[in-house]
Design a protein. Structure first.
Length: 141
């Protein structure tokens, strides 16, 4: 994570598109990490404007709950950062988030959690929960 943090700050200063930055950071993470370590998404948020530039690189779907309760799925990306040292493309998505909207990021531990009957929570249930529950949570932009 410290390698990613330092790399992001250095590339943010030269202001290249996130998809180009992702190729460079992928190589850095690959060279600096052990084979079992990788990163599945990163994003740059401008809190003043709400502008979000995000790449989902093998993470679970990322959801944006819009103010009209429409759930927007963000899954543009590629393979996880640091898994392969190849010039695989990473596609980002640019959005603007308003103060009343919610961004839901979660790990694979959430949909894989099981109830007492050993039934997984699943992405489908998470999507339903996010629409009905997360719209009431406070925003911290």
């Amino acid at each position: 994570m410290s390698t990613l943090n330092a790399s992001l700050y250095s590339y943010l200063d030269i202001q290249i598109p996130l998809s180009e930055m992702a190729l460079k950071i992928n190589t850095i993470i690959f060279d600096a990490s052990s084979p079992d370590k990788f990163i599945t998404f990163f994003a740059v948020l401008n809190p003043a404007s709400g502008e979000l530039d995000i790449i989902n690189a093998g993470n679970n779907p990322i959801y944006l709950l819009r103010k009209n309760n429409i759930l927007h799925k963000i899954d543009a990306g590629g393979v996880a950062f640091g898994m392969f040292n190849m010039d695989l493309p990473f596609e980002g998505e640019k959005l603007t988030i308003e103060k009343v909207e919610r961004l839901l990021l979660y790990t694979d531990g959430i949909p894989e959690a099981m109830n007492e009957k050993k039934e997984e929570y699943s992405d489908g249930k998470l999507k339903h929960f996010s629409v009905h529950k997360f719209h009431r949570m406070p925003v911290s932009l």
